[in-house]
Write a new protein. Structure first.
Lengths: 109, 120
């Protein structure tokens, strides 16, 4: 099974900061990686697919990079609306049962 | 506009069966490539995929839970139903349904989720 590990678990930052969240895969997943944003009480929202493809409507301050086993989600110039929990997911799996990272909570400093 | 909405009981007793319904709109369950999955989120734990039904009515289950899960659909009602038997307090979670446009695709639209607490 491929396991996804995110770091850090919690990240404190201020409005205007640039932050990076890392996701590591236990084996090579090429670029089959998605990033989701979830706010309390809301549905997760797909931000990025194929490691770096921004979904329609997602602000350009979000970007994704990486391939193989190491990936990053970068948020430039943090906005108040960005404080949320972020998850990575390996999705090129027939049975994607353990394919989500454990999440990174982005908090206001 | 594509949307998914979950419904189900808020409280279930141990050993009982949980039945959850996902009502979809804005797309057809039988359109080529369309899949609906159930994913749960336990407090303090990672998102866990449970089951999927695809546009050809093929069903896929988590290997660790497959003996307890059944996924089905009611196409005229635009609904996907998940049943989970023999509920335990560790199954307390928010249960989401989510769409993917292909088996090997990310979940592009999610429902808000329905919380199920397992307690006597």
């Amino acid at each position: 099974d491929i396991r996804m590990t995110q770091s850090p678990s919690t990240l404190s930052a201020s409005v205007g900061d640039r932050v990076a969240i890392t996701c590591r895969a236990s084996q090579d997943i090429r670029n089959w990686l998605a990033w989701y944003q979830q706010k309390p009480g809301e549905a997760p929202k797909l931000l990025i697919s194929l490691a770096s493809n921004l979904q329609s409507g997602v602000p350009s301050r979000f970007s994704g990079s990486g391939s193989g086993t190491e990936f990053s989600l970068i948020i430039n110039s943090l906005q108040p609306d960005d404080f949320a929990t972020y998850y990575c997911q390996y999705y090129n799996s027939y049975l994607p049962e353990k394919t989500f990272g454990q999440g990174t909570k982005l908090e206001i400093k | 506009q594509v949307a998914l909405r979950e419904s189900g009981p808020a409280l279930v007793k141990p050993t009982q069966t949980l039945t959850l319904t996902c009502t979809v709109s804005g797309f057809s369950l039988t359109a080529s490539g369309m899949c609906v999955s159930w994913i749960r989120q336990s407090p303090g734990k990672a998102l866990e995929w449970l089951a999927r039904i695809d546009w050809e009515d093929e069903k896929y289950y988590s290997t660790s839970l497959k003996t307890r899960l059944t996924i089905s659909r009611d196409t005229p009602k635009n609904q996907v139903v998940l049943t989970m038997t023999d509920m335990d307090p560790v199954d307390t979670a928010t249960y989401h349904c989510a769409r993917s446009q292909g088996i090997f695709s990310p979940f592009d639209v999610w429902g808000q989720g329905t919380m199920a607490v397992v307690s006597s």
